[in-house]
Design a protein around this ligand. Structure first.
Ligand SMILES: Nc1ncnc2c1ncn2[C@@H]1O[C@H](COP(=O)(O)OP(=O)(O)OP(=O)(O)O)[C@@H](O)[C@H]1O
Ligand SMILES: [Mg+2]
Length: 257
C-alpha cells in the first residue's frame, strides 16, 4: 500500500516515516493479539474502525485541552501524527474492577472502585509489561518527577472526559490504557508531553450500561465473538458511522472520504 519507509511495525499498527520531519504516519492493521501475542487473529475492518475511533477521541480530547500527537486522518487506515519519544510506561486508569486488577486483588469483576485508580506498567513485552510503582519509575528514570505528576493528572482528565462522553451514549468506561511521549518542539530543551498511540476498543474496556455487554477487545480475549461488530457499535453510538444496517459492512464507513 505504501512505499514509505517503515519506522516500526507493532502488533496492531505500523509507523511510517511522515511527510515532514517530526511526523509519522500511523497505519491501523486488522491484526489482533492478546496474552502476549500468543492469541492472534485478523479481524476484518478492525483497523478501519480503530483509526476512526482514535481520531474521534484524540480530536475531542484536544478540544478540552489535552495535548495529543494526532494531526489529521489521511485515509481509512492511516493518520498523520507527531513523532514523539514514547515514555516506556502504559498508563492504565480503572473505574470498575476488571481483568488483571480483579484477579490480582481478588475483587469481583464489575465492582465499582472507590475512586479511579491510575496504574503504571513498564512497556516490555519480554517481561510481560510488569506493574511498576513510582519508586521504579523514579529510580530507573523512565519519567521525571514532574512528568510523573503530569501523567497522572492527564490520565485522570482523560478519564473524566471520556467517562462522560461514553456515558452519554450508554457505555460504561470500565478502564483504559494510555501511552504518552515527549515532543521536542523546535529546539526547545524541555519537551512537551503528548498523549500518543491510540484510544480504541483495543485499549479500553467498554460495557453497555444496560445489558453489561462487552464492546471491546475482551470479546476477542474471551472468545465471545462479534468483535468487529462490537467496535462498529461503539463507532455508531459515538456518531462516527451511520446508524443503518449497513454498518456491519465496515467498507461502508469508507464512503465519503
Ligand atoms: N506519536 C508517536 N510517536 C512515536 N511512536 C509512537 C507514537 N504513537 C505510538 N507510538 C508507538 O508506536 C507503536 C504502535 O504500534 P503497536 O501498537 O502495534 O505496538 P505494539 O505491538 O503494541 O508494541 P509496543 O510494545 O511497542 O507498544 C507502539 O510501539 C507505540 O508505543
Ligand atoms: Mg500497542
Amino acid at each position: 500500500m505504501s512505499k514509505r519507509r517503515v519506522v516500526y511495525e507493532g502488533k496492531a499498527k505500523i509507523l511510517y516515516e511522515g511527510p515532514e520531519p517530526g511526523t509519522l504516519i500511523q497505519y491501523f492493521k486488522d491484526d489482533t493479539t492478546a496474552f502476549d501475542a500468543q492469541k492472534r487473529a485478523v479481524l476484518d475492518g478492525k483497523g478501519v474502525l480503530n483509526n476512526r475511533i482514535s481520531e474521534f477521541m484524540m480530536t475531542r480530547l484536544a478540544g478540552v485541552g489535552i495535548p495529543t500527537h494526532f494531526i489529521r486522518r489521511l485515509n481509512m487506515r492511516e493518520q498523520l501524527i507527531k513523532k514523539v519519544e514514547i515514555i516506556p510506561l502504559e498508563v492504565v486508569v480503572r473505574n470498575v474492577a476488571a481483568g488483571s486488577l480483579a484477579k490480582r486483588l481478588g475483587i469481583e469483576e464489575g465492582q465499582v472502585l472507590p475512586r479511579p485508580i491510575v496504574e503504571f506498567y513498564y512497556k516490555d513485552d519480554a517481561l510481560h509489561d510488569p506493574l511498576v510503582t513510582e519508586e521504579h519509575i523514579a529510580a530507573f528514570g523512565w519519567a521525571g518527577p514532574q512528568e510523573y505528576d503530569d501523567l497522572i493528572s492527564l490520565a485522570l482528565r482523560v478519564n473524566d472526559f471520556m467517562s462522560g462522553l461514553f456515558a452519554a451514549v450508554g457505555i460504561r468506561l470500565i478502564d483504559f490504557k494510555l501511552e504518552f511521549g515527549r515532543y521536542f518542539e523546535g529546539d526547545a530543551e524541555i519537551p512537551r508531553i503528548l498523549l500518543a498511540d491510540e484510544i480504541s476498543p483495543d485499549s479500553c474496556r467498554l460495557w453497555d450500561f444496560e445489558s453489561g455487554e462487552k464492546l471491546d477487545k475482551d470479546r476477542f480475549r474471551r472468545d465471545l465473538g462479534g468483535v468487529t461488530e462490537a467496535y462498529a457499535e461503539v463507532a455508531r453510538r459515538l456518531g462516527i458511522i451511520k446508524e443503518s444496517g449497513e454498518t456491519d459492512n465496515v467498507v461502508s464507513i469508507n464512503s465519503g472520504k
